[in-house]
Write a protein that binds this ligand. Structure first.
Ligand SMILES: [Mg+2]
Length: 154
């Protein structure tokens, strides 16, 4: 198999470059009319393949295993493939969508609520609080006790 010699990298390759490469690959094979539903499904299937490499291992074991890291990088590429493919099929500008979502997340998770000086417990509490507010509840969210509830405990 003829494997290219790392002509792409995160610093210089754009999403447009990847879109072009994927479209060229697909066009040569006549793969241009898939149902977007199948593209979304393929994305999740590849994400599951990625997840499988973590099953029964700790994060540290994964980080330090060269063979697993290689397999993970292949699955990440598969996920990216289908994501870009779906973006092309639905005519969604992925970078623009990302920018808009980043702005929404900045509002949803404000820096003043998630400071690096907070404990993990404090951060988790705020996270579940937001999840509970946006989803109509969250099983791990424990609302703050009222003053009278605190006094009752004493
Ligand atoms: Mg795969």
């Amino acid at each position: 198999m003829n494997i290219p010699n790392n002509s792409l990298n995160d610093k210089t390759t754009t999403i447009a470059d990847l879109k072009k490469r994927i479209q060229a690959f697909r066009t040569k094979r006549g793969w241009t009319k898939e149902d977007p539903k199948d593209l979304a499904l393929s994305l999740i299937l590849e994400a599951s393949e990625l997840l499988e490499h973590f099953q029964w291992l700790t994060g540290d074991e994964v980080v330090h295993n060269t063979k697993i890291r290689e397999a993970i990088s292949e699955e990440m590429s598969d996920v990216l493939w289908w994501l870009i493919n779906l973006g092309t099929r639905l005519d969604i500008d992925i970078a623009s969508a990302f920018e808009q979502k980043l702005a929404k997340n900045s509002v949803k998770y404000p820096e003043k609520l998630f400071s690096p000086t907070m404990t993990e417990k404090e951060q988790t509490h705020e996270y579940y609080k937001i999840k509970a507010a946006t989803r109509g509840g969250h099983p791990l969210y424990e609302p703050e006790k009222t003053r009278s509830e605190n006094l009752e405990e004493k």
